[in-house]
Design a protein around this ligand. Structure first.
Ligand code: PEP
Length: 250
């Protein structure tokens, strides 16, 4: 891995308030280093913090993304929901879709497909999450699941330039467990082989997500096929987030 053009996506999940965004100041300063010229940092806080964070990060290379959106691309009677148009309108450039915590709450591949289409229509870059559960892994179904999630989630799409895939084994998220390096490399290579077939042009970027922390990043960053990391828990403390980035690029 060259460790150039690496992505570091912070998924804050349902954590954080207005005062939390002040803690990003150190990341903003850190990101000015020439060493990080080709590194892309993206913060995905809850909806309530999107606009304040966009303002806070003005004049920096750090981008902001949402964690989800409603599948309907138009305005409508969907109480409590936010669509891709709204996400775009507050200055976001990215959006996480298909996260397993939402799949777990009933989000289907079909709905994810609609969400991805609506996000692309707004010129948002999509961080599309896929991954198998522990049961599926034990039953040796990982490849079948990854294939199904990619084929259904990206159905009727051939131009995948604005799609970054995040491979997040469900059993790894928040558990402290990570896949074995060889296993992880194989899964990432497999995902790339699938998207190359669909996206005739080129490789899609594939990130890894699941319990990434300052302790395990050194080993993870040795895996050549990984183009970056989607980081949940460890991204909430700027010190940890900076540590992860430093250890990846050094
Ligand atoms: C995530 O929520 O996408 C994630 C990877 O979480 P964690 O890093 O906490 O496992």
């Amino acid at each position: 891995m060259t460790n150039n053009n690496m992505y570091f996506v912070a998924n804050w999940k349902m954590y954080g308030n207005l005062s939390s965004i002040n803690s990003i100041k150190s990341v903003k300063i850190f990101n000015q280093s020439k060493k990080l010229k080709n590194i892309k940092i993206i913060y995905c806080p809850p909806f309530t913090l999107l606009r304040p964070l966009v303002k806070k990060l003005k004049n920096s290379k750090i981008s902001v993304g949402a964690q989800n959106c409603h599948h309907n691309s138009d305005f409508g009677p969907f109480t409590g929901s936010v669509n891709a148009k709204m996400v775009k309108s507050v200055g976001c450039k990215y959006i996480i879709l298909g996260h397993s915590e939402n799949r777990h709450n009933g989000e289907t591949d079909k709905i994810i497909n609609l969400k991805i289409k609506s996000a692309l229509k707004e010129n948002l870059k999509v961080i599309f999450c896929i991954g198998e559960t522990l049961k599926e892994k034990r039953n040796r179904k990982t490849r079948i699941i990854l294939r199904k999630q990619i084929m259904s989630g990206l159905k009727n799409m051939t131009k995948l330039n604005n799609i970054i895939i995040a491979y997040e084994p469900v059993w790894s998220i928040g558990s402290g467990k990570i896949p074995k390096s060889k296993e992880l490399n194989k899964a990432i290579e497999y995902i790339k082989s699938l998207t190359i077939k669909k996206n005739k042009l080129k490789n899609n970027k594939v990130l890894y997500g699941g319990s990434v922390n300052p302790k395990n990043i050194k080993n993870l960053s040795k895996i050549g096929s990984i183009d970056g990391f989607l980081i949940g828990g460890a991204s909430q403390k700027s010190k940890n987030f900076i540590d992860i980035i430093k250890k990846t690029i050094n």
